[in-house]
Design a protein around this ligand. Structure first.
Ligand code: NAD
Length: 351
């Protein structure tokens, strides 16, 4: 596959993908295009052995075309996005600009370079979300690739629009695209505004754990390394024009996730020497329990009740299967945050 362009590779999933790709494909050069918004972080990929970070915007079509030509790139894995639902509620414009106009600019660049003349063998892989399918009732079947789109937040609406553009460039111009719709990711390098790192770090510093509504919103939790494996399977075995659902097989209400985070933090204080000195404000440092920090707050506007992923197609056609259980993945994630305070502390201070 040789040279590969990863957009948003200084963010959470993109950064994990860069490390994953370097480990699995050590002869490939990875070019990362990232605007380094609040969610992008140079240090996430600073030690990736074959990754070069270009600070730039996906909306800069000229820059993208130049990179594709000069670096001989025939694969794009497109992660760059505004990704936080709460931010889309308070300020939707950035979501329209990056997620819709940015994806269109990338597609235009790919078309201009890859489909010119006789064309070259190429692949544009687009990362989408299960949120484009809307909200499920408790008894509804999980989302499949043929579930109609029904996005409910400015974030999911902007992702849905970008998915449609990707599809249209395949049908109209013949661009070789694949799209994956994944569920909620967790793991190392996740910006501490998202549920799992937010709750882990709040529990360490004795801050409240704000739970939206009744805490019974259900999400399917996917370890980011499994997601990277699923994307690799799409690139290697996915059929152009097709979409694939990638899930983690761990459908859980938020309240259960929060209880498990609290239990893991308490366990870490029992097992790891010196944590009470490092985090003296944590309830667990004073013989208390992290779940004493739980606080119910007003629900998010338009909060989708349940997402669930049917990944039969990815299993059958790509051979994809998640390898991390939620229990192991959560423990590994907590231990990663405990070992990488140098990564997250500056982000908290900057925020
Ligand atoms: P993130 O917010 O952690 O990272 C996004 C990255 O994109 C950042 O590095 C940011 O600097 C970069 N970026 C933003 N605007 C840009 C622009 N205009 N040009 C270039 N770079 C820009 O996001 P994430 O959680 O890693 O999500 C990655 C992708 O996966 C997104 O497309 C998101 O919609 C999708 N997704 C995420 C999840 C999840 O659970 N995190 C779930 C489903 C789908």
């Amino acid at each position: 596959m040789a040279n590969i362009l990863v957009t948003g590779g200084a963010g959470f999933i993109g950064g994990n993908f860069v490390h994953y790709w370097n480990a699995q494909h050590p002869d490939d050069d990875v070019v990362v295009l990232d605007a380094l918004t609040y969610a992008g972080n140079r240090s996430t990929i600073a030690d990736a052995p074959r990754a070069e970070l270009i600070e730039g915007d996906i909306r800069d079509q000229e820059l993208v075309e130049k990179l594709l030509r000069e670096r001989d790139i025939a694969t794009i894995v497109h992660f760059a996005a505004e990704s936080h639902v709460d931010r889309s509620i308070t300020g939707p414009d950035a979501f329209i600009d990056t997620n819709i106009l940015g994806t269109n600019a990338l597609l235009k660049a790919a078309r201009a370079v890859w489909l010119a003349g006789d064309g070259i063998e190429h692949r544009f892989h687009h990362i989408s979300t299960d949120e484009v399918f809307g909200s499920l009732g408790t008894e509804d079947p999980a989302f499949s690739e043929t579930t109609p789109y029904a996005p409910n937040s400015p974030y999911s609406a902007s992702k849905a629009a970008s998915d449609h553009l990707v599809r249209a460039y395949h049908h109209t111009y013949g661009l070789e695209v694949t799209t994956s719709n994944c569920s909620n990711n967790y793991g190392p390098y996740q910006y501490p505004e998202k549920l799992i790192p937010l709750f882990l770090l709040n529990a360490l510093s004795g801050k409240s754990l704000p739970i939206y509504g009744d805490g019974m919103n259900v999400r399917d939790w996917l370890h980011v390394e499994d997601h990277c494996r699923g994307i690799e399977a799409c690139l290697e075995r996915g059929v152009p024009g097709e979409t694939y659902n990638i899930g983690g097989g761990a459908e859980l209400p938020n309240l259960t996730v929060i209880d498990r985070v609290c239990a893991e933090v308490d366990l870490a204080f029992e097992e790891i020497d010196g944590l009470a000195d490092r985090y003296p404000d944590a309830p667990a440092a004073k013989g208390g329990k992290s779940d004493s920090l739980k606080t119910f707050v007003t629900d998010r506007a338009g909060h989708d009740r349940r997402y669930a992923i049917d990944e039969t197609k990815a299993r059958g056609e790509l051979g994809y299967a998640a390898q991390h259980s939620f229990e192991d993945g959560l423990r590994q994630t907590l231990r990663w945050y405990l070992g990488h305070e140098d990564w997250w502390r500056p982000l908290l201070e900057r925020a």
